[in-house]
Design a protein around this ligand. Sequence first.
Ligand SMILES: Cc1cc2nc3c(=O)[nH]c(=O)nc-3n(C[C@H](O)[C@H](O)[C@H](O)COP(=O)(O)OP(=O)(O)OC[C@H]3O[C@@H](n4cnc5c(N)ncnc54)[C@H](O)[C@@H]3O)c2cc1C
Length: 425
Amino acid sequence: MPEARGLWTNWAGNQRCAPAAVEHPALENDLVALVKGAAATGRTVKVVGAGHSFTDIACTDGVLVHLDRYGRVLSADPGTGRVTVQAGMPITVLNEELAARGLAMPNLGDIAYQTIAGAISTATHGTGRKLGNLSTQVVALELVTADGSIVRASADEEPEVFDAARVGLGALGILSTVTLRWPRRFDYLLEHLDELVDDNDHFEFFYVPHTGGALTKRNNATDEPARPRPRLRYWTDKVLMENAVFGALCRVGRVRPSLIPRLNKLPIGGRRSDYVEPSHRVFASPRFVHFVEMEYAIPRSNAATALRRLKGFIDSSGLNISFPIEVRFVAADDLPLSPAQGRDTCYIAVHVYRGMPYEQYFRGVEAIATELGGRPHWGKLHYQTAATLAPRYPGWERFRAVRARLDPEGRFRNAYLDRVLGPPT
Ligand SMILES: Cc1cc2nc3c(=O)[nH]c(=O)nc-3n(C[C@H](O)[C@H](O)[C@H](O)COP(=O)(O)OP(=O)(O)OC[C@H]3O[C@@H](n4cnc5c(N)ncnc54)[C@H](O)[C@@H]3O)c2cc1C
């Protein structure tokens, strides 16, 4: 039932209006019905959000619609990074709903009391060199139009409506649902990789295959007093989740590999944690889950390309990979056989739970790394020989000369060295 006529004022108190009727719909059908009802009685319709505009943009003498009963999350999929909400959801609530899923809006204005529909309708913005306003984060919407029909709009469906309605001033209809996409962590990381590496003493991240998600670790030297992780928290995160639970999931994945993409979405290492501790406790973690590993050193300038290709390879290969891919950065040096010789380096490490097949995966990764100037870690699995390695190391002959001088008879040779260095001459 429409409320009796009363005076409506905005948040600032500088705008007021006297609507003929006030509605609080709870269902999309109610939106349709009230638009049709208004058309039948010749009234105009105006949805009001949180009344946080300073202009009379939300004022009406027709039917004023409050969406205070129309603000639920309809779907949220961390895999695709999409969340669909009813248009009346206050941004404060949206923030909490996202946080509960380990997510966040990439940008916000000064306040978060607006409704999502009200905010995008006026192109509410925050600040950020590379970030658009909130309307640009919308990837789909539903609009109840003047004849009571529901129009779905996105870049692929009704693209003109989509662009107009993302900053629609309430002039095109009633926004019923809004779908937002937050940048997936992996894509965000690749776009900001240089800043992250340059702005931290030690930056690394773990890309979780099949999810688009990633876990980052930023370690910086500080003079601040120690602020250690509570012992229980350390034990829960590092021992229980990252070892016992992760190990159990790996065992399940070994028996049923097809489950791995879904298992990877479980929040095993997802809790944010800030602490100040002695460096040996920060750098090293307990590792009880056994695995085999390949790690490639590629020029840092090729890091984002390599990681995009690697993700593409995994996604298209049909492989099920349970272990996160570890990405680290190392400064250039001048040691003849150092994989970082002569170039700032990105190390990309891939792991497979023990007892699971790995050759297809590792050969695929190796092919990508090789194309991008990769040099294998000497202590981790690879399929290279002296013939394929020599051209990658400008200091190859320097090393061979030292070896020939110090061990001309091959006293220290073994099968591995024969493969990767060739026999001593
Ligand atoms: C204290 C304060 C701080 C602010 N800070 C910022 C800031 O940092 N950045 C910034 O850009 N702006 C800021 N604003 C402005 C504010 O974000 C915008 O005016 C925003 O539109 C208010 O949202 P609302 O939900 O209150 O919508 P309202 O003001 O109630 O409505 C705005 C418009 O949205 C339409 N609308 C609402 N819901 C729907 C719907 N479901 N379908 C169709 N149309 C709809 C209304 O009809 C109206 O045309 C601030 C305002 C205040 C009061």
